[in-house]
Design a protein around this ligand. Structure first.
Ligand SMILES: [Cu+2]
Length: 123
C-alpha cells in the first residue's frame, strides 16, 4: 500500500512537471510579431500601432468590457467580433504602407463613434 501511494505521488509530480513544461510552449509557434491590444468601453489600448508592410502580423485582442469589432478591407482584416472576456487573434499581412483607422464595427454605447484603432504600416 505504502509503495503504491509513493509511486502514485511520483507519477502525479511528473505529470505536473510535464504539464508545466507544455504550458510554456505557445499554442501557435510563429515568427511573426504578435501585438496585444486591450479592448474596452470605449478604447483600444494602445490605440495606435506601427507595423511593417508585407509581414504577417498578429493582433491579440482582449475585451474587458462591452462587445466590439474590427474590420479593414484594405488591410485584409475580416469582420471580427471581440466578445467580452475572450482573446481573439487576427492575423493579416498589410500590402500597402499608409495609415489605416479602424473604427469599432459594433455599436457599443455612447463612446462608440470615437472608438478607433490606428494602424500605421511602414514601408
Ligand atoms: Cu466598440
Amino acid at each position: 500500500m505504502r509503495t503504491f501511494f509513493t509511486r502514485s505521488g511520483i507519477g502525479l509530480a511528473l505529470a505536473a512537471v510535464v504539464a508545466a513544461a507544455l504550458s510554456l510552449i505557445p499554442a501557435t509557434s510563429s515568427a511573426h510579431p504578435s501585438i496585444d491590444i486591450a479592448v474596452a468601453n470605449w478604447k483600444f489600448t494602445p490605440d495606435k500601432i506601427t507595423i511593417p508592410v508585407g509581414e504577417s502580423t498578429a493582433l491579440r485582442l482582449t475585451t474587458t468590457s462591452g462587445v466590439h469589432g474590427i474590420k479593414s478591407d484594405e488591410l485584409g482584416i475580416p469582420m471580427t467580433t471581440i466578445p467580452n472576456g475572450k482573446v481573439i487573434e487576427v492575423t493579416f499581412t498589410p500590402k500597402k504602407a499608409g495609415t489605416y483607422v479602424l473604427h469599432c464595427q459594433i455599436f457599443c454605447g455612447p463612446g462608440h463613434a470615437d472608438m478607433a484603432l490606428t494602424i500605421v504600416v511602414k514601408p
